[in-house]
Write a protein that binds this ligand. Structure first.
Ligand code: GTP
Length: 208
């Protein structure tokens, strides 16, 4: 995908009516601080379109990013932040569930997990929940620059086991620092949303 324009079009709070965008959507879920905002900024080549900070638990809305007036990247609220009261967590959970249930144009759910750690109970719950709603989550293992190269495969295996991934599941290691994994994620989004790959990519393929 060549990013021509991008804007934060719709922000949904807990009680907001969810939009019917009519365009293909892909959603991003993950626990607070996993690097979701950083991933979205990296995908759209912006430094701070999605807010990032060292302070977890900020993203409490469902944010719809309009890409080229053709697809939406949907940023779901981060879960699992200990300081958020239980009642709030339940509301966010319901909001995410409502979205997964009602979107008619959701093509895929990307679940972000930190490559350094075994999946948490919340990660497992989220994975099972997305599966239960009829989607096969695509796993993005974030912050890969924080690991030595030799550790990456071992940790990916631990995530696969920890989440009990279904056979044939896709897992992509990613770093917002080095942009490793970015092109692979875009190629998948393009495929899932029926976008035509960039002309340069087609040319490269023909040259091979
Ligand atoms: N080294 C490194 N740091 C990262 C990476 N991605 C995110 N971070 C850092 O991790 C912290 C959290 O990143 P965010 O992108 O704000 O995480 P988030 O998942 O959007 O957080 P919430 O808003 O709490 O849901 C920030 O300090 C980022 O700079 C990465 O790939 N590599």
């Amino acid at each position: 995908m060549v990013i021509k324009n991008v804007s934060l079009d719709i922000v949904c709070g807990i009680t907001s009516k969810l939009p019917d965008t009519g365009r293909p959507e892909v959603a991003f879920a993950g626990k607070s601080n996993v690097g979701k905002s950083s991933l979205i900024n990296s995908l759209v080549n912006r430094k701070a379109l999605a807010r990032t900070s060292a302070q977890p638990g900020k993203t409490q809305t469902i944010n719809f990013y309009n890409i080229n007036e053709s697809i939406y990247l949907v940023d779901l609220p981060g879960y699992g932040y200990a300081k958020v009261p239980q009642s709030e967590k339940e509301k966010w959970g319901k909001m995410i569930e409502r979205y997964l249930h009602t979107s008619k144009v959701l093509k895929a759910v990307f679940l972000l997990v930190d490559i350094r750690h075994d999946p948490s109970a919340n990660d497992k719950m989220m994975y099972d929940w997305v599966v239960h709603n009829g989607y096969n989550p695509i796993i993005i293992a974030t912050k890969m620059d924080k690991l030595k190269r030799s550790q990456i495969q071992k940790n990916l295996k631990a995530i696969k086991t920890g989440l009990n991934l279904r056979p044939g599941s896709i897992m992509i290691p990613f770093s917002a620092e080095t942009k490793q994994g970015r092109d692979e994620i875009w190629a998948l989004i393009d495929e899932l949303t029926g976008q035509i790959p960039a002309v340069t990519e087609q040319t490269n393929l023909q040259e091979k």
